[in-house]
Design a protein around this ligand. Sequence first.
Ligand SMILES: [Ca+2]
Ligand SMILES: [Ca+2]
Length: 234
Amino acid sequence: MTKINQSINQSINQSINQSIITSALELAKNQLQTFANSPDFQTKMQLAFGVAVDSNSFQIAWKNQDFSVIPNIEVLTGAELGGAIGAYAQATNTIYLSQDYLNQNAADIESITSVLLEEIGHAVDAKINIVDAPGEEGAIFSGVVQGKTFEPEQIQQLKAENDTAIIFLDGQLIQIEQAQPISRSGGVGGLTLPFQLDPLPQGQTEKSITVNYSYEHFSIPDQFEIRYVLQREN
Ligand SMILES: [Ca+2]
Ligand SMILES: [Ca+2]
């Protein structure tokens, strides 16, 4: 690719990014305003950020369309974000969105808004709490702003997860709070994968095995089970 083509492509990419982010941001602001007008605003904010928080100032601001808590937004490659689809760094007070994610979801503004709200949640947490709220407060915030309800065990699970990671940006290591890729469908149910265990060396009665697995969905609890079936050969 020639340099001119490359820079044309880059500027096309930038203007596509700009229009996607503008649309997602508009939707996010509308949802924040609706959320601020809801009667259970305080309860839902406490669900995300802890029972001790005072979220009055945010309620007043968002009702009056003051969204100054929303930080700058920059686009990074998925690799730069270490595989996260979005992130917030308190050190730079910036939201980072993954270019790969934007490319894949250009037609799905609601998904991008959902990630954006998650990162806005981290920015709110940085203002409302001195120490990071336990777990994935951004995911809980994004959910409640969009009117989703969580089961108690889903909240428990989200509160137990670690949302922090370190990335290398502009020659510096910075800590981010990240949004991980999620599937909307909830993944495949009842997937079974039998595998054969290697024979044990003579004289040994146990052996460690490693199983790699991944979560399909952040809000539907996944179950993972290993069953051992003994088959004796005579
Ligand atoms: Ca936080
Ligand atoms: Ca956290």
